[in-house]
Design a binder for this molecule. Structure first.
Ligand code: NAP
Length: 311
């Protein structure tokens, strides 16, 4: 299938281009970019022009930040294209519900991707948790914003989500691996003076069987980066680390069974494999649970103003 990549920035170049190029299912037939390009691929500066000129391209993959993405997604669906959305799928829940309804009305596929759910050991963690009675679970997502988001001003603006930009990856894993639905009890948001979005956050969840479930996100982590989820059950403990790539159960490292991953290595190759399957099956995949928790934190969170963030 021909796909157009729209928004040729960090994630498009780091992950989407290599995943598409390596796939038997996909051909990168155009990019749409105001400034960037991919060598050997036709670049359009104007999205509407690409949609008009290239009826052969049935799929668009949108890699820009969440705030501008809705307009592009709605235009693509309106023009009869299947759409793949980077995470988070939108700046608001309403936008995402509107896009899902548009795709349904038009018989098109909309895929709200969550790349962290495709990390190698996420499904194994889910299987283990399904067999346990949970006592407590703690998410720790601590990284250095200067290292991972250099020169990205949009993350500090309304809709940029601040530390929830990586934190929503943790929430996407959490909502995938827990066998029950949790919801937010309370949150704190640490917002640097003069900025619109938090640099750190804590979340406390209500679990239907009373387990303690919490998360801490922090963008001020220098040195060793920590993207982990630790859980204790009535009979054992689990540690999912490296953003879902490594799993230890009762202290022993669990190795992955490649067959569970369709034989495809890597988060983004698996996302593109799933997109091909969704289109073939004529269905959408729009799970908004991670974004719902972020919205709840912004509604319920107690704001604390902290030191200004200087790049
Ligand atoms: P980025 O490099 O700052 O921006 C990506 C591209 O979006 C830009 O190069 C630009 O493309 C386009 N863009 C930016 N502002 C725009 C606007 N106002 N209108 C239209 N297009 C605009 O961001 P990124 O890191 O790639 O992140 C993009 C999305 O991917 C975010 O939702 C992020 O959460 C997600 N993501 C990022 C990472 C990561 O490691 N960075 C990992 C996973 C997911 P053109 O210059 O080509 O027009």
């Amino acid at each position: 299938m021909d796909v157009a990549l729209v928004g040729v920035g960090k994630i498009a170049l780091d992950q989407h281009v290599p995943a598409i190029m390596a796939s038997m299912d996909w051909s990168l037939s155009a990019t749409v970019s105001r400034t960037g390009k991919v060598n050997g691929v036709r670049t359009y500066r104007d999205f509407a022009q690409m949609l008009t000129d290239r009826p052969d391209i049935r799929v668009v993959s949108l890699c820009m930040p969440p705030v501008p993405r809705f307009t592009y997604a709605a235009a693509a669906l309106d023009a009869g294209r299947h759409v793949m959305l980077e995470k988070p799928p939108g700046a608001t829940l309403s936008e995402c519900h509107m896009l899902a309804a548009m795709a349904k009305e038009r018989g098109l596929t909309l895929f709200a991707t969550w790349h962290s759910r495709e990390a190698a050991m996420v499904q194994a963690a889910k299987t283990w948790l399904a067999s346990q009675t949970l006592r407590d679970l703690e998410v720790v997502w601590k990284e250095d914003v200067r290292r991972w988001h250099p020169d990205q001003d949009w993350i500090w603006e309304p809709g940029g989500m601040g530390v929830f930009d990586p934190g929503i990856n943790a929430l996407s894993i959490l909502t995938e691996i827990l066998p029950v639905t949790i919801h937010l009890r309370a949150a704190t948001l640490e917002v640097p003076e003069g900025r619109q979005a938090p640099i750190a956050a804590t979340l406390d969840f209500i679990h239907p069987q009373g387990a303690d479930v919490s998360a801490v996100f922090d963008w001020r982590q220098e040195g060793t980066q920590n993207w982990s989820i630790e859980a204790t059950s009535t009979t054992g403990r689990m540690r999912l680390s490296d953003g879902g790539a490594k799993l230890e159960i009762n202290g022993a490292v669990v190795t992955s069974n490649d067959k569970d991953l369709n034989g495809i290595m890597g988060e983004y190759p698996r996302l593109y494999h799933k997109m091909a399957a969704l289109i073939a099956d004529g269905i959408s995949d729009v799970d908004l649970a991670p974004l719902r928790h972020v919205a709840d934190a912004f509604m319920m969170g107690r704001r604390i103003i902290v030191a200004p963030f200087i790049t």
